[in-house]
Structures are given as C-alpha cells and as structure tokens.
Ligand binder design. Structure first.
Ligand code: G4P
Length: 538
C-alpha cells in the first residue's frame, strides 16, 4: 500500500501539454504559466534560455535558422497546492510524430487559439489525436489585445470544426484597441485590462457584479450591450459541466492576452482545480491505476544531447503508477532485465536536476545508453506493456547515399540512434543493402543530415526512391503466429513480394509499396494479411 503522503502527492499531479498552431502564442503562454507558478522570475527567460542553448549547440542552431522549435521538453512547477507537469510539444508540422507521442503521456491538454485566426490546420490535427483518448481540453483564445474575430463566431467554429461543445468561462469586453477587460461568467466579476500591466499575476483591478453601479460606470456606453451579450451567451452556450469536460466532450473557454499577462491566472486557477490528475492506463495485460503501490511507466520520447555539455541521451518516462525513489530497481520489460536507477532526472522549472523521488503523473528522465526504445515499459517486476504509443507510417522516403563509404559503420550507428529517438524511421530492404529513410515531413531529412554530420561526422545525402508508402505486415488472426497455415501464407508472401519488402528498426516486416494502385492490389491479393499504417510498440 502507498502511504498517505504518496497518495496525496499523486492526486496533486496535473500533467498536460499545450496544443496550438504555430504562432498562436504557445511559447508566450508557457512562459506566463512558469512565471505565475514561480518557476521563473522574469518574463523572457524561456526565450532567453532557448537563445542560450542556441549559442552553445550547432544542432540548436538549425532550430534557430528555421525559426522553429524542434525539441520538446518537460517543465514542472508547483501552483496553488498542485504539482504541474507541462510537456512541451514542438510546433512544426514535420515533427507531429513527436507531438503525437507526447500526447499519449498527458492527462489533459490546453488548446491555444489566435483570436484573429480561429481554428487552424494544426489545431485540427492535434485535436484528432486528443480525441483518440478522449483527453480533456481547456481552451485559451489569445491575443485579445489585437483586433480579432467575433467571439461568438470563434466558439461556433470550435464547435463545428473540432466537434466539441464550448462552455465560456470568461468573455471579452471589447477587443484590440477597444479591449476593456474580461467578464468572468462563473464569478460574475469584471477583470479590467491595463495595457501596461507587465507585473505578476493578479495585479489588475476587478469589479464585482455586471449589474453593479461600478460596472455600469466602467462600461459606460457599452454597459447595456454588454449585458445583452452576456445574456445571449448564457442562453446560447452550455454551462460548464465537470463530467462533460472530463469526458472530453466539452471545453471550458477563456479569453485573454498572454503577452500582457491578461486572463492567464483565471485559466490557470480553473485548470489546477478541474483538470484531471493521473489517469488509469491500458496495458497488454490489464488496466493500471495510478494509486497502485508498484511503479510502472512507459517511455514516450528519447532526446539526444539536450545539454551539449553532457552529450547524453535521455529517455522520458511517464510514471503511470506508484512512486520512484532514488536507487530503486526497475524491470525493463522488453529486455527482461533489471536495472538500478540512481540518477534519474526530473525537470523542475525546466532545469534538469537529480531527484530522490517522483510520483505517478511525473516524468522521469532516464540516462539511455542505447538499451531504451520509445514505447518501452518499466515496472517493478510485472510483465505488462503499455499500449497505444504509435509509430506512424511515414509519407516521404529517401535512399541514403554515403559520401565516404568508409563511414558506413558510423552511419548505421547514427541512424539507429536517430531512429530510436523517433527522429526518422529506417527501413532495410530484403533485396539489397540500401538504407531507406522514412519521414512524416521534409524537414526531418534536413535534421537527420545535419545531425549525422554534427554528431557522427557522417556526410550523407538523400536520393529519391520509388516508394509511395509503407505498411507493417501482420497475419490477420492474432493467434496466427502459432498457426502453421498462417505462417505458410506469410512465408509465401515473403517470397512473392520479396522485391518490395524491408525490415524496420525493430526487425518488423514492412511492405514498401511503389504506388497506391500496387498497394491496393497487394491488399486484395493477400486477404489473410493485415497491412497496417501504424505499428503500435508492444
Ligand atoms: P508559438 O509558440 O505558438 O509559435 O507562439 P509564440 O508564443 O512564439 O508567439 C507568436 C507571436 O505572437 C510572437 O510574436 C508573440 O510575441 C506574439 N504573441 C503571443 N501572445 C500574444 C498576445 O497575447 N498578444 C499579441 N499581440 N501578441 C502575442 P513574434 O513577433 O513572432 O515574436 P517576438 O518577437 O515577440 O518574440
């Protein structure tokens, strides 16, 4: 049994990610959350820290050149009696795989929307991923200090496009140059906007009661219209309902301006009170509850050389149940091997530090010397594996061309490690010694080429290759592995389709289809086989 302190600590955890289209204000909001959580002292530190890293690492220089954030990190900070774990996700579309996996490690999400742009392409994609697990979502409509779209229109768009019902918690009083403040529908209170409010949270003035004399004076000519609008909002939109939110069917909506610290505290205080703590998770054997006394967890991300001074690789493990204490023995389920962990990292205030204990909901950084893969499960001895950490079928393929053939071994090593991190996928055709890389976006190839050169001193180029898509090949009947007839079919397929078959990083069989038509014909010809777009890492 876990002791009461540990149970309390687990219940206090709030593990979430911010999802948004690039430029909506995710970085700015993250910084404000850290600022109000007391994790950083000065606005600008997050970007400043980014810049410091850029200066010391060429790899980060690529991020800077492209003006994107490629890597993602974990930040932990206490807020209002809770312990918040914020998992950052890279904003660029080409790195969506990484983002998708990060979303498997959170219990809820915060969606940021630009009030002038509304729902954008990437928001839609990310929302689809959240929907797979019914992840509860809170919404922040940002940049209220600029001219934006009609708030009713924005909510209408969220409801229609993202298919989630909206329960406004705050409502804007004007926008852009006309912005006067926000009205809190649950508190019946006006928060007054002050343009120059660069101070800490909660320094701006409030007025209680929309019907009060003070509110009437403050709103002036707008008072009557505002009261009508609020009445309309209350009539037309649903009230906040905790169950609906937790089921992922309703999103509470907040308006504000991250850059002016405005409306953020209201969001954060509702978030820590309403967002779910650590949730139960499925495994190959059973469902795991967070308050179980034994530790379990899975690796959702591996990142190399976060700190160029260290040149190590860190595996990020989400703790799903129990408690970690320094020096404990963990069971690496895939390798069936025990290992002692004495130097795990936590990510308090985004600085890495060694930790003595951590709880379900937290993220642990494990030093990885090549034995940990994305999707790996750790337990205290039980043989179970967490499911649902996807490997996506890449959409772009290139053949690796090595400039110096003597560097073949270094290339293999580099690609294996980059593959293990999920930076690219490697396919080795059965018929020759080619190395084919797969990616979800073009930028991934640039990153791989850059890192091969930078970290492994390998100069590689990429050629076009005649591959349209990849499918992981399985026998349809899951009991089929032992079924002799099924095995024979698979063997027959291996012989017939030999020219188009390859093995992935883990040795799984993959069909590399040259065209869409070819894929369709192959699927029709082999009804006993399953051609899957994702390989769940089991
Ligand atoms: P992202 O991580 O989602 O990509 O967005 P980020 O926070 O970097 O914000 C994108 C741009 O929007 C930044 O401007 C940022 O300053 C601005 N921004 C964020 N929140 C607000 C807001 O509430 N109001 C207004 N008016 N702007 C906001 P930039 O010019 O691209 O960068 P910078 O030079 O300000 O750093």
């Amino acid at each position: 049994m876990l002791d009461d302190v540990s149970i309390g600590n687990i219940r206090k955890r709030r593990t979430f990610a911010i999802i948004s289209h690039p430029d909506a204000g995710k970085t700015t909001l993250t910084e404000k959350l850290l600022l109000f959580g007391g994790a950083i002292q000065l606005a600008g530190s997050v970007k400043g820290r980014k810049a410091a890293r850029h200066a010391t690492s060429d790899w980060m220089a690529l991020e800077q050149q492209r003006g994107i954030s490629v890597t993602s990190s974990v930040m932990q900070f206490p807020y209002d009696g809770r312990m918040v774990n914020l998992l950052d996700t890279p904003g660029h579309e080409d790195f969506s795989e990484d983002t998708y996996r990060t979303l498997t490690a959170v219990d809820s999400a915060l969606m940021v929307i630009d009030c002038a742009k509304g729902v954008e392409a990437r928001t839609i994609k990310l929302m689809e991923v959240c929907r797979l697990r019914d992840t509860p979502i809170m919404t922040f409509i940002n940049k209220l200090d600029r001219e934006g779209r009609d708030p009713m229109d924005l909510l209408d768009e969220i409801e229609k496009v993202l298919r989630i019902s909206c329960a406004p918690i705050t409502w804007p009083i004007g926008m852009g140059r006309e912005l006067q403040g926000i009205y809190h529908l649950l508190e019946d209170r006006i928060y007054i906007y002050q343009e120059a409010a660069k101070g800490r949270a909660g320094t701006y003035a409030t007025i209680d009661g929309l019907e009060s004399d003070a509110a009437r004076d403050f709103l002036g000519l707008r008072a009557a219209a505002m009261r009508d609008e609020v009445e309309l909002v209350r009539g037309a939109m649903p009230e906040f309902c905790a169950q609906e939110y937790l089921a992922g069917r309703q999103t509470p909506v907040f308006f504000g301006s991250a850059i002016s610290n405005f409306g953020v505290t209201e969001l954060l205080s509702m978030f820590v009170r309403q967002a779910p703590g650590p949730q139960a998770r499925e495994t190959t054997v059973r469902s795991v509850e967070p308050l179980e006394d034994k530790l379990t967890g899975f690796v959702f991300k591996i990142q190399a050389n976060m700190d160029p001074g260290h040149r190590d690789r860190i595996a990020f493990m989400r703790i799903c149940s129990g408690r970690y204490v320094k020096g404990m023995r963990l069971f690496h389920v895939r390798l069936r091997k025990e290992m002692r962990v004495s130097d795990a990292l936590t990510f308090l205030a985004s600085d890495r530090q060694h930790t003595d204990e951590a709880y379900a909901g937290d993220i642990l950084g494990l030093h990885n010397h090549g034995t940990i893969n994305i999707g790996d499960t750790f337990t205290e001895g039980e043989s179970l594996m967490f499911t649902g950490i996807p490997n996506f079928a890449p959409e772009l393929f290139r053949r690796t061309v090595l400039r110096d053939p003597l560097r073949m071994k270094a290339l293999q090593k580099g690609l294996d490690q980059l593959c293990e991190e999920g930076a690219t996928q490697v396919f080795r055709p059965l018929r020759n010694n080619d190395v084919i890389l797969g990616a979800v976006g073009q930028l991934q190839f640039d990153v791989v080429a850059f890192r091969l050169q930078d970290e492994y001193s390998v100069q590689a180029a990429f050629d076009n290759v005649n591959v349209f898509t990849a499918r992981w090949v399985y026998l349809k009947d899951t009991g089929g592995a032992k079924d002799a007839k099924g095995q024979k079919k698979l063997e027959e397929f291996r012989n017939k389709a030999y020219e188009n078959l390859a093995l992935d990083h883990s040795g799984a069989l993959v069909y590399l289809a040259p065209t869409r038509v070819n894929l369709q014909l192959t699927i029709e010809r082999w009804p006993e086989l399953d051609f899957r777009e994702t390989r769940e890492q089991l």
